[in-house]
Design a protein around this ligand. Sequence first.
Ligand code: DX5
Ligand code: ZN
Length: 221
Amino acid sequence: MKEIIIAPSILSADFSNLEKEIRAIDDGGCDWVHVDVMDGQFVPPITIGDNIVKAIRPHTAKVMDVHLMVQNPDRQVEAFAKAGADIITVHQEACIHLERTLQSIREAGCKAGVSLNPGTPVSTLASVMHCVDLVLLMSVNPGYGGQSYIHAVTDKIAQARRMLDDAGSSAWLEVDGGVNATTIAEVVGAGATAVVAGSAVYNKPDYAAAMAELRTLAASA
Ligand code: DX5
Ligand code: ZN
């Protein structure tokens, strides 16, 4: 049976009551809390800053998985690390000096993640395997929750799985976007070890039941 990490994205939570929304996924059995940070530049919306991560940090002991969809992420690493992030993931497309940025995340005391948009090839990871704790493959074009899974990304998951295995890397392989009860088996079957689920958890009446269903479907993949 495959154990999968379920990381609900609070992007789809009720922002007027974040404490309750965080506690609900924590009590409901999530593994990580996925935080989608958008700056209005790398992607159009503006969402969550380090002050919000700091505010929600006391309400869960779960891993805080921070996904920076921002330009110049180097300028944000220290602030998010101080705010309580456990994992900080940057976009390959936003980093001029990706290796240095990943090293700086580790130096700040966090696990270092690199994310690829659907249109960015997996081969770009080869040169940073030595300093990556997490690979995040976007399975939608980033910016919005509730989009449909792009099936062409499934091959990329399999490619990244092979690349990580060949390198002897134990980095997590996380997939983000359109993961739900219909698509999770395809994602996990291709080799993902962690999935982000925004609308598939927060748009359901019972978060615990939604996560349990995803876990069951992942286990049979
Ligand atoms: C998209 C974000 C995702 C998103 C996932 O830009 O990075 O984390 O919130 O939402 P769903 O699961 O609804 O596709
Ligand atoms: Zn995300």
